[in-house]
Design a protein around this ligand. Structure first.
Ligand code: NAD
Ligand code: GLY
Length: 361
């Protein structure tokens, strides 16, 4: 049975469609297009796989396709500009619709292009990685990286709809599937202990890509995310918990060079570091940390920080974070499995202990 859930944001509310085979359903896409002009933004990997399936419904529209290079290292201002080039060269108007077909990089970048072009055009998310289906396509965070900090340039801009077809995950490689599982583990840790336990007991079903199991974790993740976003769209409070593990993780991504660690991999390491710090605060115990590490490992994720990234490098990376206030590093930590803290500063000496000792020989 196809699922439709709603992100409740008043006049900016929108549906998330989740099912196997949603890309076969023409009406899901076309009902959300109010214009003649449509642009699909995708990349060189996803285009040969799914562009034809999507564009065959759009023969009656003035369709443009923008194919970007593939990779986190291309989530830049320079590449963003090529989307604007295409829209302007083809005289796209303010009522045009942009469709983002791809993973989180395409979704974030295209969403930001939609937010900026003529001060805002409609856009639809068609996420094709597990990570994008459980996280980045929902909630309206759009943007690009800066060499000094990840996702530092961007806008909150909600799509008209999110269309998720789990069948597209069949072509995703194992490493990318694992990266997506990291964000699902995150929901379990911050607000859904039942989901965490379910993952502990059923991770093999996800790794085997059983459709029902995939639909279950996507629905559960989107439900958690939609609830948090509805409560705090622009992250003045509770939404910050969705960044659990990300402050450490972003420091790894930027510090090691974008693309060296997948976002989900860096988040997994960051979640384990944050769990270690939570233990040092007396909130988690040894068994909790072990459960988190074990689940990440079973999911095919790394848990140890890169050897070459020293505590000072982490501090430098973590100092460029949107949660920081007056230059103070603020972190999301775990009170217990299933409950996160709001952003908080911890004594620098304690943070340094985690950075110097967790996963270090
Ligand atoms: P990605 O977009 O780089 O996709 C991963 C790889 O999979 C790419 O090579 C892509 O071309 C390929 N791919 C995509 N779909 C495929 C398919 N169906 N079959 C085969 N290959 C496919 O990475 P990602 O993990 O999807 O997203 C990571 C990005 O998302 C990061 O930039 C991160 O900052 C961002 N993010 C944003 C939010 C948000 O709320 N906006 C949340 C989490 C992550
Ligand atoms: N991925 C963090 C957020 O959407 O707020």
């Amino acid at each position: 049975m196809a699922t439709v859930m709603q992100v409740e944001l008043g006049e900016r509310s929108y549906p998330i469609y989740i099912d196997a085979g949603n890309l076969q359903d023409e009406s899901l896409i076309t009902r959300h297009i109010k214009s003649k002009q449509v642009v699909i933004v995708t990349n060189e990997t996803v285009a040969p796989l799914y562009l034809a399936a999507l564009s065959r419904y759009l023969n009656d529209f003035m369709l443009e396709v923008v194919i970007l290079p593939d990779g986190e290292q291309y989530k830049t201002l320079t590449v963003l500009d090529t989307i604007f080039d295409a829209l302007l060269e083809k005289h796209f108007s303010r009522n045009a619709t942009l469709i983002a077909l791809g993973g989180g990089v395409i979704g974030d970048m295209s969403g930001f292009a939609a937010a900026c072009y003529q001060r805002g055009i409609d856009f639809i998310q068609v996420p094709t990685t597990l990570l994008a289906q459980v996280d980045s396509s929902v909630g309206g965070k759009t943007g690009i990286n800066h060499r000094l900090g990840k996702n530092m340039i961007g806008a909150f801009y909600q799509p008209q709809a999110v269309i998720i077809d789990v069948n597209v995950l069949s072509t995703l490689d194992d490493k990318q599937l694992s990266a997506g599982i990291a964000e699902v583990i995150k929901y379990g840790l911050i607000c859904d202990s039942e989901l965490f336990i379910w993952l502990e007991n059923n991770i093999e079903k996800i790794l085997a890509r059983e459709t029902e199991a995939l639909i279950f974790i996507i629905e559960r993740s989107c439900m958690n995310k939609a609830r948090v976003v509805a409560e705090d769209e622009q992250e003045s409070g509770i939404r910050a918990i969705l960044n659990f593990g990300h402050t450490f993780g972003h420091a790894i991504e930027a510090g090691m060079g974008y693309g060296q660690y997948l976002h989900g991999e860096a988040v997994a390491i960051g979640m384990c570091q944050a769990a270690d710090l939570s233990k040092r605060l007396g909130w988690l115990n040894e068994t909790d940390v072990h459960r988190i590490e074990t689940l990440c490992l079973k999911a095919g994720l790394p848990i140890m920080p890169p050897e070459s990234l020293l505590a000072d490098d982490f501090i430098a990376g973590m100092s460029v974070d949107k949660k920081n206030i007056d230059g103070d590093i603020r972190l999301i930590l775990l009170k217990k499995i299933g409950e996160a803290s709001l952003p908080m500063s911890v004594e620098r000496s304690l943070l340094l202990k985690t950075l110097n000792e967790y996963g270090r020989r």
